[in-house]
Design a protein. Structure first.
Ligand SMILES: [Zn+2]
Length: 196
């Protein structure tokens, strides 16, 4: 594969970027001054090197633990469980939630070969077992696999001394929390329901 073809193929793997867009981006890059392209390459390389999942919550961070886990003003007794790191910012910006997070790093999807061991569910159970957590809010996406994931986690936490809640219904089914409007998300969090 030649260099142009290789770049198109890599760019086309990114979410929301089809082959056409990948081609357009590639030819755009080739028309930029070399320093510009080098700068982009070095930023990409350093992101890969410097950004890691937080040891406690799984959020992406350059420092361990992340700024949310380190913030003494946040409520440690509340844990909001989300599928992806990108959802942490969305919940934080659009709601008044000021507890801690737990990022699973995906959702249960046996058909795609994603079992519980591929997610940070063990670490979640461990965090609850360590004590001090009063409530676990399951904020997985309002989709089939999001529901399955929430139910599985609820079962893992059954019998432990912790309240387990799920975002209120009314979120568009099949959706992704990242694209839900802030008011709807804030309402769903406020009106969260007890499970079990
Ligand atoms: Zn963290």
């Amino acid at each position: 594969m030649n260099a142009i073809e290789e770049l198109i193929t890599e760019l086309a793997k990114l979410p929301g970027i089809g082959r056409k867009t990948a081609q357009r981006l590639t030819f755009h890059l080739l028309q930029q001054p070399p320093q510009q392209v080098e700068r982009l390459a070095s930023v990409l390389a350093s992101v890969g090197e410097r950004v890691r999942p937080c040891v406690d919550c799984g959020n992406l961070t350059e420092e361990q633990p992340c700024s949310i886990c380190r913030d003494p003003r946040r409520d440690r007794t509340l844990l909001c469980v989300v599928e992806e790191p990108s959802t942490v910012g969305v919940v934080d910006r659009s709601t008044d939630f000021r507890g801690h997070y737990h990022v699973l790093g995906g959702r249960l999807s046996p058909l795609d070969g994603v079992g519980p061991e591929a997610l940070r569910i063990d670490r979640l159970v461990q965090r609850v077992r360590e004590g001090g957590v009063r409530e676990v809010i399951l904020a997985t996406n309002p989709s089939m696999v999001g529901e399955v994931t929430a139910t599985y986690i609820q079962q893992q936490l059954a019998g432990m001394d912790v309240r387990v809640t799920r975002l209120a219904r009314g979120l568009p089914m099949g959706g992704d929390l990242e694209y839900v409007d802030g008011v709807t998300l804030a309402h769903a969090l406020f009106a969260r329901q007890d499970l079990g």
